[in-house]
Design a protein around this ligand. Sequence first.
Ligand code: GLC
Length: 579
Amino acid sequence: MQFIDLVQGITASWLERSADLIRLDVENEANSDWFKDQREVGGVCYVDLFAGNLKGIKEKIPYFKELGLTYLHLMPFFLAPDGENDGGYAVSSYREVDPRLGTMEDLRALAKALHENGIRLVADFVFNHTSDEHLWARKATAGDMTFKQFYYMFDDRKIPDAYEKTLREIFPTERPGSFTFYEEIEQWVWTTFHSFQWDLNYSNPAVFNAMVSEMLFLANQGVDVLRLDAVAFIWKEMGTTCENLPQAHMIIQAFNLACRIAAPSMYFKSEAIVHPDEVIKYIDPGECQLSYNPLLMALLWNCLASKEVRLLRISVGNRYAIPEGTSWVNYVRCHDDIGWTFSDEDAEKLQIHGFYHRKWLNEFYSGEFPGSFARGLLFQENLKTGDARISGQAASLAGLEKALAENDDAAVEMAIDRILMLYTIVFTIGGLPLVYLGDEVGVMNDYSYRKDRAKRDDSRWVHRPNSDAEKLERRTDDETVEGRIFTRFKEIIRIRKSHSVFSGSNPKVVFSDNDHIFAYQRKEGKDTCIVMANFADSMQSFKLAEMHAKSGKDILGGDVVLLDESITLQPYQVRIVNL
Ligand code: GLC
């Protein structure tokens, strides 16, 4: 019965798919791994913070093109509770746009306009939970048995206690535990994240069917990529951590199959911010074709703090390979905190103690460590386990905020170099790069969230500022900090797009005799490039290991680099040498 419902739902969605989208499905057949192309560049922003509403986003298309974007992720724009809603990740209806941001019609018009301008639309599929205001949750609250079975609801603490023995707390400071007591119905509800985000019960096939319909509805509005939110948590089993269970993969594969049938050009991007061994398991042409690369992100920041690159080298060396027909989405910052999700086993091989090293990174990026250039904030400090994560804009974490406050011109330059070094790696190492919009003009932390009751307990709002029109205006003035960052951003994007060697994702780590230097080779056909970055705040000389070519031309500086001799890099300098 459930299966027949599913097939009927999928068929109905396909029949509703517009001719325009079917044309995209057909075109995609011939270009199904478009995400490997070096001309692809992504950007991500909040609709309201960046442009007011969906119509405003449409008006920003010329800006996206100026930057060279081909992939635009809009943070959740769905109907959500007023006040606290986890930045839109508590969805009250997958079929309605938050009225403050516009309508579904606006979304369709935006998708069409983006497509006409060569930009794909990426949206969230928040499928682990709904908000407590979703119609299903309201029906469950009213006692409707069909909808009570859409969630995990318990009369007393017996079962929740048994589960909690092995569960991790995700938001320990704001929402300890994984269950919330709803007094009016005298029920404990499973809420992995916030109390107002109710976990869906995928052991009930009706939930899967209902969510397939919601997903295909979004596909039919013109969404090209769905970011699958919180993939790790969708299957629960007593006695386990209820994270990354095999059934979670099966469910995503089943969602993916539904797409292949009824919205064949739509792909998935996995959001699994977990141990790297687990991140990789979601990446497969039959599961998620794209995935955030949280390991690269965290290790770039790790190297910037520690000034040495050994952990990055072994991680890129051993953990970068993913199946054909998939790609990493590489990023420096996003709307979330930085979790230090490197492998403790890898770290141990280098005599780095995972726990104490994370503690140190948190001290460094919260600015407490003597000599730190960073101005970040702790996120979800768990006093029981000693864990914490870091919030902050890239520019503030890289030292720009401190340098400007101290009127230190040399430090400002260094901070700019740090931002550009991290982004240059993300643009060249292999995978689809994603710009957290604002970073291209050095937007810094915004502490005003502390005055907002709905935001003040969540330090991630420090890196979710309103777009500043004047700041953006200054991007064309090279006398300004914004202009200096923007010009270099555009240059590196231009370089990426004009060299096919940056397509695909197969970096080969190149070793050297200097642990401040991170170097890798990219190869495509007859083209080869070596990228070298100095993570130290002092000039470094080094010799590369196993270099067959004798020299090459630095694409950025234009000079010839002798690769078999000692090479020198200024603090935070990157060289991209074409062999
Ligand atoms: C994802 C989102 C994060 C949100 C959480 C719960 O991790 O990126 O912002 O808080 O899911 O939906």
